[in-house]
Design a protein around this ligand. Structure first.
Ligand code: SIN
Length: 533
């Protein structure tokens, strides 16, 4: 028997986007905020390098827009990019007023420090506690959320399907930590559930990043866009047996260079910005220098900061230094082995610039959403800013247009059917084996380099795997189903885009096709290409 819980708005995800949105919604409404783990466990918590923002007036803002558009390789929806950079400074001012401690020059009251990252034409990236920017922003926002009587935070809940009534999304089915079913109902739902890095075997993302929001929205009939564009961060730690720990781009902003196994710097052969080239260019260069078409065959490639003098690297990057120490490595003295890993999904649930998806009652913002702001390749450190700007915009829209609060609902037949699409439950070990198989295959065939043969084989594998999917009766099962849906979306869109652009590199179509400078859109199994407007 499912317990029903009522509020005005349901926000799924407690990273930067969900927290920021909940604060706006709570001004005049009751908010249910749902998170799959403890409140601080999200991609936001692990964001190191910083948050990009242009606080120096109109020219500075325009330059940030141009860098964002340039990095996105011909596919950025320019209106979205302008909104992001124009509204960014006010959102940062708000964070400062709410007690976020960004790093400052001098005694702690001085000017905000700024660093540079790939494809930025100047240093504009704020950071906190050196390399723990996301954690500090999350701390300040969560503290404010916890003081807000209109927000009820539910931790350790797995969401497993959206609830519709009369064609409008009004709620979500969830499971608590003991797999007890709960039904949350309100005026509508905001997806702020982040990305899906766990769909790849090699990822910088935490275990919670399983694409739940995207999968639920798609199954409910929402359009998704640009799913072929998965960003691979160039420099994750490459030590056998170690997780793919992120080694922030800020390291390169502070002087780190890349060297191949012969000790040679190589990035100037690939791009005029060398180590600070756009992320997709650096990631592919590392792979090529490693000598393997496929990750795993590669020779080592290293980050080198040994020449950087006059800076205390351990103080500037305390989190990274301490992680490296665990593996017997020292940022100031050693070559640090690196390789690319899945990091950020540019695509997601298609929204307009107000967070509206194509389903009434369903809103989305942050990494789960696709506004087109990042095009084919996100500019470094634009993602935290995206969460703030579009989280706030979505919440303002919801307050303006939401209907009256719903009574506890009997879901529409279609939504109820969507809960039952899976076959009987396999053993937990089988679920985990399927998950690992899916992630490995995605890395192999839908990773940094793709082609028709590999993608088609993967498509067939995913088709077969569908028959083995379990009922979403616990977190592990629900996540596997969601990862499978996300994998299918990535593969279908990657097959449909017969060109290379940004993070999507097809070895069989290595060039841009000017006719393909459009966004992919997928709904109910069908892919086409559209302009955003
Ligand atoms: C990093 O610190 O390199 C990650 C920042 C980002 O993903 O933009």
């Amino acid at each position: 028997m499912e317990t029903s819980l009522l509020s005005d708005w349901i926000v799924i995800g407690a990273g930067i986007t969900g927290l920021r949105a909940a604060l706006t919604l709570a001004k005049t409404a009751e908010v249910t905020l749902i998170t799959k783990e403890g409140a601080s466990e999200s991609n936001t918590h692990y964001a190191q390098g910083g948050i990009a923002v242009a606080m120096g007036g109109a020219e500075d803002v325009e330059l940030h827009a141009q860098d964002t558009i340039q990095a996105g390789d011909g596919l950025v929806f320019e209106q979205a990019a302008h909104l992001l950079v124009e509204e960014g400074p006010a959102r940062i001012a708000e964070l400062l007023a709410w007690g976020t401690n960004f790093d400052r020059e001098g005694d702690g009251f001085g000017d905000l420090m700024r660093t540079r990252e790939g494809a930025h034409s100047l240093p504009r990236i704020l950071h906190a506690n050196g390399d723990a920017t996301g954690r500090e922003i999350g701390r300040a926002l969560l503290q404010r959320v916890q003081q807000e009587p209109n927000i009820r935070l539910y931790e350790r809940l797995t969401t497993r399907g959206l609830v519709a009534r009369d064609g409008r999304i009004i709620g979500v089915h969830a499971l608590d930590a003991a797999a007890k079913p709960l039904l949350f109902v309100g005026r509508g739902v905001l997806l702020a559930s982040g990305g899906a890095g766990q769909v790849y075997s090699d990822t910088t993302n935490p275990l919670v990043a399983t694409g739940d929001g995207i999968a639920m929205a798609y199954r409910a009939g929402a359009e998704v866009s640009d799913m072929e564009f998965y960003q691979f961060h160039p420099t994750a730690l490459s030590v056998t047996g170690a997780p793919r720990f992120l080694l922030s781009e800020a390291l390169r902003g502070e002087g780190a260079v890349l060297r191949n196994h012969r000790g040679e710097r190589f990035m100037d052969r690939y791009h005029s910005m060398a180590e600070l080239a756009p992320r997709d260019v650096v990631a592919r260069a590392i792979m090529r220098e490693g000598g393997g078409e496929r990750p795993g065959e590669a020779l080592p490639v290293y980050l080198d900061m040994r020449h950087v003098t006059g800076k205390d690297l351990h103080a500037r990057f305390p989190g990274i230094s301490s992680c490296l120490q665990t593996y017997g490595l020292d940022l100031a003295r050693d070559l640090i082995p690196v390789r690319p890993a899945a990091h950020y999904l540019m695509g997601g649930v298609r929204t307009d610039l107000f967070g509206r998806t194509t389903l009434p009652g369903l809103y989305a913002a942050g990494e789960v959403a696709c506004t087109g702001v990042h095009g084919a390749n996100r500019l470094a450190s634009n993602s935290l800013l995206e969460g703030l700007v579009f989280g706030a915009r979505a919440a303002e829209t919801m307050l303006k247009e939401g209907p009256r609060r719903e009574a506890p609902a009997t879901p529409d037949k279609a939504a109820a059917a969507a809960q039952k699409i899976f076959s009987p439950e396999p053993a937990a070990s089988r679920v985990s084996a399927l998950r690992e198989r899916l992630r490995g295959l995605m890395w192999l065939h839908a990773g940094l380099l793709r082609d028709q043969v590999g993608l088609s084989a993967l498509e067939a594998e995913l088709d077969n795997m569908r028959r083995e999917l379990p009922a979403a009766t616990n977190r592990e099962n629900a996540e596997l189903c969601n990862l499978h849906t996300v994998a299918e979306l990535i593969v279908a869109c990657a097959l449909a885009r017969r060109e290379s652009r940004g993070a999507h590199a097809r070895t069989d179509f290595p060039q841009h096709d000017p006719g393909c400078a459009k966004h992919s859109r997928m709904v109910r199994g069908h892919v086409d290409f559209i302009d955003f407007s």
